[in-house]
Design a protein around this ligand. Structure first.
Ligand SMILES: Nc1ncnc2c1ncn2[C@@H]1O[C@H](COP(=O)(O)OP(=O)(O)OP(=O)(O)O)[C@@H](O)[C@H]1O
Length: 251
């Protein structure tokens, strides 16, 4: 079963077309990375999958259901790009992560034992259990990003959609995030992830989609960093984008 399927999707802003004709899918249990140059439309693709920007043509299915009829949003956890959990919000880490339970429990019911357990599990998964009571504003940028990932995990989603989850994040937080994602995938979760640099996430990625010039320029193995092409043992299995900048995919 596909948890995400985009068929001939076109998306734009105003009179600008960003994605012209995009078809791609994420199968249940798969970890798919969306790669591409700055401004190529990676975020636009995941926003279109989530229905945050409308399609001009084509269609999106989520868990086999046309997006316009899909209502089971608790099955999907989303971490947007550079949100900044701490910006002016006096909430504690546990409160922010607890917000990830709202879709599951409904806003008027007080949190129960299952909610508290899910929050504790999510905090442990990202290595922030000891910071639960601290204001988010006292955390580093990487720890704040981990808080947002814990919030998505706390909803016990089946599919995680992450937009550059490790951009600008310190090495310790990147490793903690990779471990949390590995645990999620090990329990059968599916992931669609926008990335610039894969870093410690690389071993988790099953397939890479490269967005280029409004279309999918590559859908297959993770492209090797450009420097590896010179190696004698380089197994040349992937097609190149016509003007792929050197080192764009370097981990
Ligand atoms: N809300 C918006 N209104 C108008 N134009 C937008 C909007 N969001 C994105 N764009 C434009 O659409 C293009 C694709 O943006 P998008 O954020 O999807 O690219 P990206 O591949 O995720 O880039 P980056 O790697 O820099 O995050 C860019 O030229 C961007 O300026």
């Amino acid at each position: 079963m596909n948890v995400v399927r985009v068929t001939h999707g076109a998306v734009g802003y105003g009179d600008r077309t960003v994605l012209r004709d995009v078809s791609c899918a994420v199968a249940a249990g798969e970890v798919v990375a969306v790669l591409g140059a700055n401004g190529s439309g990676k975020s636009t693709l995941v926003r279109a999958v989530l229905g945050l920007v409308p399609l001009r043509a084509g269609s999106v299915e989520l868990f086999g259901v046309p997006q316009r009829r899909f209502r089971q949003w608790a099955r999907i956890g989303y971490v947007p790009q550079r949100l900044g959990a701490g910006s002016g919000v006096p909430a504690t880490v546990a409160e922010v992560v607890g917000a990830g339970r709202l879709a599951r429990r409904g806003i008027l019911r007080p949190p129960g034992a299952a909610d508290r357990a899910a929050v504790a599990d999510a905090l442990r998964a990202v290595g922030l259990a000891d910071r639960a009571g601290d204001p988010v504003s006292t955390l580093s940028g990487g720890q704040q990003q981990r808080t947002l990932i814990a919030r998505a995990l706390a909803g016990r989603p089946e599919l995680l959609i992450l937009d550059e989850p490790t951009a600008g994040v310190d090495a310790a937080s990147q490793e903690a995030f990779a471990a949390a994602l590995g645990g999620f995938v090990g329990r059968g979760g599916s992931v669609l992830l926008v990335a610039h640099e894969l870093g410690p996430l690389r071993p988790l990625i099953d397939r890479a989609i490269v967005v280029h010039d409004g279309e999918i320029a590559h859908d297959g193995p993770v492209p090797e960093p450009a420097g590896h092409h010179a190696a004698d043992d380089h197994d040349h299995v992937h097609p190149h984008c016509p003007d792929e900048p050197a080192g764009m995919w370097s981990a």
